[in-house]
Design a binder for this molecule. Structure first.
Ligand code: MN
Length: 498
């Protein structure tokens, strides 16, 4: 759904060292930018920009970056000293995220050759500090990456940051459609949509479900036929849903809903949507299979009117797109309090994304106890295993908070033949008791975005770009300091929000 974003590579210097030195600065910067652009692990186009050496050049470059719809962020590097008062005019106008790459062109000190010319040309060690001081003084949050630009670890950090910048760019123009309102009486799925647009750029608007039904009803039978054939090729269809099976009409109804939903989202330019089982007038089934497939194509989804997690699922999918392990809407469902290692079973009543499946999903039909509609078709599978995260976005009344928990998706030890939904079993870090206590103290939702491709640090980066609080629950979490972090957050983010 998204084109590869551009990251602009901007190099600071000054005129103190003469034109020959500046020529070398420009040449070296272009070598680095070209090498980063050629690195397939970095999910962005790295665009070399002419070096900047005066306040006017810096201001012009920052204004150009801010105005560019293709620029998702800036990598800035100080090849030499670049007196930081020169950067005030530009930085105060910059609206894009910054990654300060604190590197230098040469990896090693040329012991036998080093002289004062070399020293004048390669001043990142102090030039980067002068620049960093200004960003700190201006209270501009940014990523700082230290190390040689050819180092694998530096490249991996750049890749992770660029992925977050792409997610942030997507978030700022994200349109979310809600079919129906919030599930009655539910708190955490509610929130301030005006504030969300101001803080994150996401615009959340509603359509009566009847508007969707009208589009669903326009789907052509031949398209329904073709989509049912695709289902049969892609999934293990249970016989009753297959062509000629007793319940094939239900599969056709799911296909009709998918065609309508997809067209509605495409026509409206929406990247995410929420629905609710309490408002399905005119829809024959609660969308299960259709929503699972739309999520697999990158759309964000939130159930029960949960527009915040719909948005978050889309953004997390953009952030993880280059890694390909999958992400889904998720809910903490039920616990396994085994003294040998407590686990949480994550699932939803239907809507888990098949990008996290460990094998070809089965396509099944079962009754749904709520909503009062026809039995919905859904994909059923176990999730892959490995390190993952659950991330949540909540509205605390005066501000938003992100909560992220590192988890390990583990093998499900026994078959669950009677469970008609997709599921994940995870080991929450540092352990379920601490993770759940911390999550509850932080006010985290029961809905989350689950991802194998985005890590805790990237969620922290996203929150920094948005200027919102992020609390982390991982291996190092201890309740005493965690609660203190929440108290500090109340003050720091409470003041910032005024
Ligand atoms: Mn739910």
């Amino acid at each position: 759904m998204n084109t590869t974003p551009e990251i602009w590579f901007l190099t600071g210097s000054q005129h103190l060292y003469g034109p020959a030195a500046l020529k070398q600065v420009a040449a070296n910067a272009e070598v680095i930018a070209t090498a980063l652009d050629a690195d397939a692990s970095i999910p962005a186009k790295i665009v070399f920009k002419p070096i900047v050496t005066t306040p006017d050049e810096i201001r012009a470059a920052c204004i150009e970056a801010s105005a560019s719809s293709s620029c998702a962020g800036l990598i800035t590097w100080m090849h030499t000293f670049s007196p930081a008062k020169m950067w005030i005019g530009g930085l105060s106008r910059l609206t894009k995220p910054i990654c300060h790459l604190h590197t230098q062109f040469n990896r090693d000190i040329p012991w036998g050759e080093i002289d004062m010319n070399f020293m004048n040309l390669n001043q990142s060690a102090h030039g980067g500090r002068e620049y960093g001081h200004m960003l700190t003084r201006m209270r501009i949050s940014r990523r700082v990456i230290v190390g040689h630009w050819e180092d694998k670890k530096v490249r991996a950090q750049l890749a992770d940051w660029a992925a977050v910048a792409a997610g942030w760019a997507a978030m700022q123009s994200l349109k979310v459609v809600r079919f129906g309102d919030n599930m009655r009486q539910v708190s955490v799925t509610e929130g301030d949509k005006v504030e969300a647009e101001q803080v994150f750029g996401i615009s959340v608007n509603t359509h009566g479900v009847g508007d969707l039904v009208a589009v669903v009803n326009e789907a052509f039978d031949k398209d329904v036929d073709a989509l049912c054939a695709e289902y049969a090729d892609t999934y293990e269809l249970v016989p009753e849903l297959a062509k000629g099976g007793d319940r094939h009409d239900s599969l056709r109804e799911a296909a009709r809903i998918e065609l309508g939903l997809r067209r509605f989202l495409e026509d409206g330019g929406y990247g995410a949507y929420a629905d609710t089982f309490e408002d399905l007038h005119g829809l024959v089934q609660l969308p299960g299979l259709p929503t699972q497939r739309l999520m697999a194509d990158g759309y964000g989804f939130g159930a029960e009117g949960d527009w915040k997690h719909a948005a978050l699922v889309h953004v997390i999918k953009v952030m993880g797109a280059a890694k390909g392990g999958g992400a889904s809407f998720m809910e903490d469902y039920t616990y396994h309090f085994d003294p040998a290692g407590a686990r949480c079973l994550g699932s939803h009543m239907l809507e888990i994304c098949p990008t996290i499946a460990d094998a070809k999903p089965r396509c099944e039909i079962h009754p749904l106890g709520i909503g009062g509609k026809a039995d919905p078709v859904r994909l059923v599978f176990n999730a892959s295993t490995g390190p993952a995260i659950n991330v949540s976005l909540v509205d605390l009344g005066n501000r938003f908070r992100m909560i992220v928990n590192a988890v390990e998706s583990v093998k499900i030890p026994q078959p669950m033949p009677k469970l008609p939904v997709a599921r994940v079993l995870w080991d929450a870090k540092p352990d379920l008791a601490t993770a759940a206590e911390a999550w509850i103290q932080a006010g985290g939702a029961h809905h989350t975005a689950f991802s194998f491709d985005v890590d805790v640090e990237q969620v922290e980066m996203l929150a920094e770009m948005a200027g919102v609080e992020c609390v982390v629950i991982d291996e190092s979490t201890a309740m005493r300091s965690f609660k203190q972090d929440l108290r500090v957050g109340e003050v720091y983010y409470g003041i910032r929000g005024l």
